[in-house]
Design a protein around this ligand. Structure first.
Ligand SMILES: NC(=O)c1ccc[n+]([C@@H]2O[C@H](COP(=O)([O-])OP(=O)(O)OC[C@H]3O[C@@H](n4cnc5c(N)ncnc54)[C@H](O)[C@@H]3O)[C@@H](O)[C@H]2O)c1
Ligand SMILES: [Zn+2]
Length: 370
């Protein structure tokens, strides 16, 4: 029986592809793959956690008399997104003598997706790539748009390219096992789409905040579809991140500064982005671009979802220092993506360090007096 699928197209000319969204769709994915692929060779890339949960099930669907399926299971965690790991995957593919028409399947979160896409782009100058994203962040963000990369000791995601998949299969059932903290972190990227692009979507999230937090099937399919549509729309206008796509970095300037000030150990990415987005709201308010009431609505939603709205004062100096080294710094002035109203942001180029510092001071955890 064919399960009901929601479909989002990422329109990129000859590199266009579909994102297919539904519950319990791994078997459907396997059947569709068999129909599409001329070469019956697959490498499945996953991490130990996700493979432990879903690997065998997928392998069972994929394996068929004349199909060759090999597996590469990487350690869980950001450290595994490395050049060395990419090398090991490519070695495994060569040892298995996979052809140019073979397929790479990524089953996992953003780490696995970025890593597998990177290997797929390099192996024999590029083989078929399919994504099965398993975290909320991966389903609404990293699996859409074709950025693939590994980390370098000198910087995150510094070694990479653009490589679009053939298809993305977004199975919502897989989200059931996602830890609450990972769900919350993904919600930060979800609300970002409302702020940068779609006021109605923001209203939808506000109105359904409890159901969203509880992962209710009443709201999750539409929520994920809308996020994919928005990212697809932005990416299709600016695939290589030369202009419009920058707005997806809303909240990321302060967010990255906090992540790097804490050696990427204290915050999940989405948590740091939550604080960073609130910082951008406060900055916009300070510049009289928007009302305090809007800022408070945004803060309230973060609080409801248990996302952080402040950070410790001992991080301030380091975080400000890191901001200066942010890739978007130009001639001593900082570039910031700032909200003008819900659903609309602008790229502001002339932000001074003083302005940012004073917005960031408003984010400091209030010390309670004894
Ligand atoms: N390519 C892009 O455009 C893009 C965009 C945003 C982020 N990223 C990258 O994505 C990465 C972060 O992705 P992430 O947040 O998905 O992290 P992740 O891949 O590390 O996954 C988070 C944790 O959840 C576990 N997990 C995954 N799916 C699960 C499931 N269904 N049930 C239970 N546990 C599960 C993983 O094993 C891991 O421990 C970063 O490396 C970031 O740079 C890429
Ligand atoms: Zn992000």
């Amino acid at each position: 029986m064919t399960k009901q699928l929601r479909r989002v197209e990422v329109s990129l000319g000859e590199r266009s592809y579909d994102i297919l969204i539904g519950y319990n769709i791994l078997q459907q994915f396997s059947l569709s793959l068999r129909e599409r692929c001329s070469e019956k060779e697959i490498i499945l890339i996953s991490d130990t956690t996700v493979y432990g949960l879903y690997g065998q099930q997928l392998i069972k669907y994929l394996t068929n008399d004349d199909w060759k399926v090999i597996e590469y299971i990487m350690p869980t965690g950001e450290e595994a997104k490395s050049w060395n790991q990419a090398g090991s995957i490519l070695t495994k593919m060569l040892e298995a003598n996979l052809s140019r028409n073979s397929s790479v399947i990524a089953l996992g979160g953003g780490v696995v997706g970025d890593m597998a896409g990177f290997a797929a782009a390099l192996y024999r100058r590029g083989v078929n790539f399919y994504q099965i994203p398993t975290t909320l962040l991966a389903q609404v963000d990293s699996s859409v748009g074709g950025k693939v990369a590994v980390n370098h000791p000198l910087g995150k995601n510094m070694i990479g390219t653009f490589y679009q998949p053939q298809e993305v299969w977004t199975d919502l059932t897989l989200l059931d096992t996602l830890p609450l903290e990972e769900w919350r972190a993904g919600l930060a990227e979800v609300v970002k789409y409302g702020v940068i692009w779609d006021e109605d979507f923001f209203l939808f999230l506000e109105t359904n905040a409890d159901k969203v937090l509880q992962r209710s099937a009443e709201v999750v399919p539409d929520l994920i579809k809308r996020c994919c549509q928005i990212k697809a729309e932005i990416v299709s206008q600016d695939e290589r991140d030369e202009g419009l796509r920058n707005i997806l970095n809303f909240g990321h300037t302060i967010g990255h500064a906090l992540e790097s000030a804490t050696q990427y150990k204290k915050y999940r990415h989405g948590e740091a982005v939550a604080v960073g987005m609130l910082g951008a709201f406060l900055l916009a308010q300070q510049m009289n671009m928007l009302d305090a009431e809007v800022v408070e609505r945004f803060r309230k939603l973060l609080i409801k979802w248990g996302l952080p709205c402040s950070f410790s004062s001992c991080l301030l100096e380091k975080a400000v220092h890191n901001l200066i080294y942010d890739k978007k710094v130009a001639q001593q002035k900082l570039v910031f993506i700032l909200p003008q109203k819900l659903g609309k942001v602008v790229i502001e180029k002339g932000i001074t360090q003083e302005l940012v510092e004073s917005a960031m001071e408003k984010l400091l955890i209030k010390e309670t007096s004894l």
